[in-house]
Write a protein that binds this ligand. Sequence first.
Ligand SMILES: NC(=O)c1ccc[n+]([C@@H]2O[C@H](COP(=O)([O-])OP(=O)(O)OC[C@H]3O[C@@H](n4cnc5c(N)ncnc54)[C@H](OP(=O)(O)O)[C@@H]3O)[C@@H](O)[C@H]2O)c1
Length: 249
Amino acid sequence: MSIPTLDASGKVVVVTGGSKGLGRAMALGFAEAGADVVVASRKLEPCEAVAREIRAMGRRALAVSCHVGDWEQCAALVDATVAEFGRIDVLVNNAGIAPVPPSLVDVTADLFDKTIAVNLKGPLRLTALAAQHMRAGGSIINISSKASLHPTPFTVVYAAAKAGLNALTKAAANEFGPRGIRVNAIVCGTFHTDSLHASIPTEELQAQMASNVGLGRIATADEIVGTALYLASNASSYLTGELITLDGG
Ligand SMILES: NC(=O)c1ccc[n+]([C@@H]2O[C@H](COP(=O)([O-])OP(=O)(O)OC[C@H]3O[C@@H](n4cnc5c(N)ncnc54)[C@H](OP(=O)(O)O)[C@@H]3O)[C@@H](O)[C@H]2O)c1
């Protein structure tokens, strides 16, 4: 028996929201592990910047502008990936937004639609489309949130969207399991990224949040990479439909 590794050499990996935060960390991490990477988000230039970093590592990279809530743009992302690389081995549904309404009654139709579109509608369509270009061994990784398991009045729409993403994870795992394609979610606790700093801006509030974490600190963005590499690799070959909580305890 050979010992499984996290090596991603020769894999084609698509990361949505790959221009910054957790997505950028995973895009660079997969490239470091040997993968070719498609970096997608709405703004092209930040994706190009990450793609340049990946090419500097000697890997291939493609930057694509894609609003994941728009299904035509989801199709264009998959088409561009297949045109460039011929297939998809790993899809990371990472793009997400978490607008915070002051209360339930302040949730507008626009906020509801946008939050569901980016966190759930896009991942559903991309999962369906990308799986058509995957072989046995393919892996889909959904980036969920602990808010999906512990919703508050402020996170109600975001939490519902991520709970939907958890359900999508299990449904797609059942659908694609017979083809050898695995689907799992990383249920994230708190990570230092722009979106966290926008919603929890002061060091005092961040320290308060860290005090509720078993390890006593908020994670750095690159601490998601090991779990993503694991879920993409044959080290997790019998793991599917699973929600892995990554929250520092
Ligand atoms: N940070 C945390 O503590 C935390 C906790 C739990 C879960 N998460 C989840 O982790 C994921 C990444 O979060 P993050 O903190 O790294 O966020 P971030 O730093 O705000 O980055 C978000 C990324 O998503 C892209 N994006 C936003 N809207 C998009 C859209 N409509 N279509 C395509 N791309 C879009 C952004 O680029 P553009 O602006 O160019 O589109 C950016 O690349 C999200 O799903 C989030 O819900 C994060």
